[in-house]
Ligand binder design. Structure first.
Ligand code: OSB
Ligand code: MG
Length: 368
């Protein structure tokens, strides 16, 4: 595409209910949306950083600064660039993968819209809808958790993930298992434990969970391998998998038997496909994680989840699980436990300009 500029916006999207993980509680989703301005039309992307560096070292203001100071100027210097060349153009800058992913997606969307191609088809989707899982935050107590999970099951979600942390693990999981029997259930610790907690984590073995996600720290690949040998529950990595190289290392070490793929965390949808491909070759199941995406990232996640190696339901829930009003005109909906893969050009969703303006709290445009 022929680049003319990039517009970045910080959005504040109110959540329908507070979302609590082992690292904190959010009531408003602060997120950055990217608009690539090209000679052939606009493209949209999303930078999935949060307001504070709690899930990863990236956060809104670091993303905003590095994008405007370094990454956007590097792309604009190229003038014309193919989506497949974005990662290489940004590779000299260390880290900041969520920013790179958002910029790449905006360029990719612009390119696909101008070519009249759908993102799903471009990435290699083999399904027109994907089973939808839901990530349920830590609640006031186990009985409130059972109420929340019951509501999502009534809506038809195909898989439940509950967030856990030390002191809110065994009893919470037991309450959900006791209340709902053999539902597809998994837990996510978001790095809240250490190897010293192995005995507690082994107690989860009796609940027949699909997996335990990221029990230990981001850089604890060796400790995860030690823990994985102690547990019957499959260990899945999220935070640790920052690239295809990290995924290959984790598999070589035996740190995980399942991988959560998030395009933002790994630097883009093309790197996400590379991880999918290497896991598929290794016989490792993958699923698509979520970062409370707006309709932009949610559409792209549905497309990614439709690749053949995504054999477990992802955190690709309906837009109304988090938001009362999305910034796209066709927000993802839950139908028969599934979310549809958009078929329109590019992301296959259109921006609602009024809704977007209403949630915009900062805006900056750089042009060539
Ligand atoms: O660990 O998967 C995670 C949200 C923010 C940061 C990290 C995580 C999550 C979720 C929500 O679990 C997934 C979703 O978007 O539905
Ligand atoms: Mg996770």
């Amino acid at each position: 595409v022929s680049l003319e500029g990039f517009e970045l916006r910080v959005l504040h999207l109110p959540l329908v209910s507070p979302f609590t993980t082992s690292f904190g509680t959010e009531t408003v989703r602060e997120v950055i949306v990217v608009r690539a301005l090209t000679a052939g039309g606009d493209g949209w992307g999303e930078i999935v950083t949060g307001a504070a560096p709690l899930y990863s070292s990236e956060y809104t203001q670091s993303a905003w600064d590095v994008a405007l100071r370094f990454l956007v100027p590097a792309l604009l210097d190229r003038g014309t660039i193919a989506p497949e060349a974005v990662a290489g153009a940004l590779a000299p800058f260390v880290g900041h993968r969520m920013v790179k992913a958002g910029l790449e997606l905006a360029v990719l969307d612009a390119a696909l819209r101008s070519e009249g191609r759908a993102l799903g088809e471009y990435l290699g989707a083999v399904r027109d809808r994907v089973p939808s899982g839901v990530s349920v935050g830590i609640q006031r107590d186990p009985s409130a958790l059972v109420d929340a999970v019951g509501g999502y099951l009534d809506e038809g979600y195909a898989r439940i993930k509950i967030k856990i942390k030390p002191g809110r693990d065994i009893a919470d999981t037991a309450a959900v298992r006791d209340a709902f029997g053999t539902i597809a259930l998994q837990v996510d610790a978001n790095s809240a434990y250490t190897l010293a907690d192995a005995d507690t984590l082994a107690e989860l073995d009796r609940f027949d969970l699909l997996l335990i996600e990221q029990p230990l720290q981001e850089d604890d690949l060796v400790d995860h391998a030690v823990l994985a040998r102690r547990l019957r529950t499959p260990v899945c990595l999220d935070e640790s998998i920052v690239s295809a190289k990290a995924a290959a290392d984790a598999l070589a070490l035996g740190s995980a038997s399942i991988i959560n793929i998030k395009a933002g965390r790994v630097g883009g949808y093309l790197e996400a496909v590379a991880i999918h491909d290497l896991c598929r070759d290794a016989g490792i199941p993958v699923w698509c994680g979520g970062m409370l995406e707006t309709g932009i990232g949610r559409a792209a996640n549905a497309a990614l989840s439709a690749l053949p190696g995504f054999t477990l339901p992802g955190d690709v829930s309906a837009s109304n699980r988090f938001y009362t009003r999305d910034i796209v005109t066709e927000p993802a909906v839950l139908e028969d436990g599934h979310v549809g893969v958009p078929t329109g050009h590019g992301l296959g969703v259109e921006i609602d300009p009024v809704a977007l303006d209403d949630v915009t709290v900062a805006r900056e445009t750089l042009t060539r």
